[in-house]
Ligand binder design. Structure first.
Ligand code: KIV
Length: 290
């Protein structure tokens, strides 16, 4: 748990952490990295629902409403079909479920690439409708002008370089990036361009470890790794991946639970009870008052 947060355990089911509570801020996250050193690594996870946010909030510094919700929640084949409406609805739920973490919402494919103005319209809608503190967008140098445009107009931006899933049709798949010198140099220069443009932090995803380290050392703002290196300034994972919700996960995921097995077992027991007419029992039924 972050040192800036005290959990009050005497709270209700609907409000497991007390409000009002001091929420971390984007500048506080940015300032975690001082002169190239991040003494307290930044903890980030994805969240898509209010209850999930409640459960993660006390442990995290940042909650990301990732466009990975396309695959994780909606069963879509990629993040390409994800819409601004989806991001706004889930973003608002996560803000409602959290009191402590900085909540960021991903800009979905097609909502920001055309121009800085288009990006501002989309990002300002996300901030107004969700209450999130900032947005994340994918892409390096090509997005620098947009990052500067948003930042100078009051919208904090987290960049995202390396394996950028929205570019899957250009990249040809989800393989690790940075294996050639040219690709490695481009990832580092992309990160530098985003940092120069004002990004307060940068995700580096799915790159060979030396490149994750090179990016972390090359920019003054915090670098959050996913499939990167323990030497990044922080880490992020898709929560359902680390909880064991899916059978197949990328190599970079560490499974901290096997929640799919837990659900399978519980639902199997419920189904058996229903078929045996042992559920509902007396303790689960209402009886007339005498
Ligand atoms: O969409 C997402 O969940 C992400 C993280 C994996 C960084 O972009």
């Amino acid at each position: 748990m972050s040192t800036t947060f005290q959990l009050d355990t005497a709270t209700s089911r609907a409000n497991p952490t007390p409000a009002p509570m001091k929420r971390l801020t984007v500048p506080a996250i940015r300032q975690r990295k001082k002169d190239g050193v991040t003494a307290e690594p930044i903890v980030m996870l994805t969240a898509y629902t209010a209850r999930q946010a409640q459960l993660l909030d006390a442990h995290c510094d940042l909650l990301l409403v990732g466009d990975s919700l396309g695959q994780v929640i909606y069963g879509l084949p990629s993040s390409i079909p994800v819409t601004l409406d989806m991001m706004a609805a889930h973003g608002a739920a996560v803000v409602r479920g959290s009191y402590h973490s900085v909540v960021l919402v991903d800009m979905p494919f097609g909502s920001y690439e055309a121009s800085p103005q288009a990006a501002f319209e989309s990002a300002s809608r996300l901030l107004k409708e969700t209450g999130c503190a900032g947005v994340k967008l994918e892409g390096g140098e090509a997005m620098a002008e947009t990052v500067a445009f948003l930042t100078q107009r009051g919208i904090p931006v987290m960049g995202h370089v390396g394996l950028t899933p929205q570019a899957v049709n250009v990249l040809g798949g989800y393989n690790a990036r940075g294996r050639s010198d040219a690709e490695a140099d481009k990832i580092v220069s992309d990160a530098k361009a985003l940092a120069d443009a004002g990004a307060f932090a940068i995700v580096v995803e799915g790159v060979v470890e030396p490149i994750a380290i090179a990016v972390t050392e090359a920019v003054p703002c915090p670098v959050i790794g996913i499939g990167g290196s323990a030497r990044c300034d922080g880490q992020v994972l898709v929560t359902e991946d680390m909880l064991g919700m899916f059978e197949r996960v990328p190599r970079f995921v560490k499974r901290y639970e096997e929640i799919a097995e837990t659900i399978d077992g519980a639902v199997g027991r419920y189904a058996a009870d229903v078929r045996a007419r042992t559920f509902p029992g007396a303790e689960n039924t209402y009886q007339p008052r005498k």
